[in-house]
Design a protein. Sequence first.
Length: 142
Amino acid sequence: MKPQNKKDLQPSQDQIIYANLLVIGVWAGIIILVATYAIYVSGILPAHVDMSQIPKLWGKGVSEYLELTHSPHGWGWAALLIKGDFLNYLGFAFLALMTIVCYLVLVRGYSRQKDWIFAAIAVLEIVVLSVAASGILGSGGH
């Protein structure tokens, strides 16, 4: 076996961009989560489900919880962003979106290198994640 060259072990420019973008995105997501949680617990925005009801509802199944609280499923949460408890979803959605954004960096890098197999795999990953999150197939997006 031939020893590897140190240059071969260096990350590519696209890998560095991917990592930097991921670090910035994760920290931005955490900041969004902290800010929206502070808005929720401070009561600046009214909650869809009153905090006093949470202990009573905690042990319920998802279907029963949604029915009792008149909460939406799927992407219906987006219509309730004016409620403090649903505003928290922004941070989670942002963090989930970071995976797709980072894959776009990989697609660009692999395409530049003319590494079409890996570019295609990255594109397929973006498609799978997007379809799963969209709820088009009836099981995602919740």
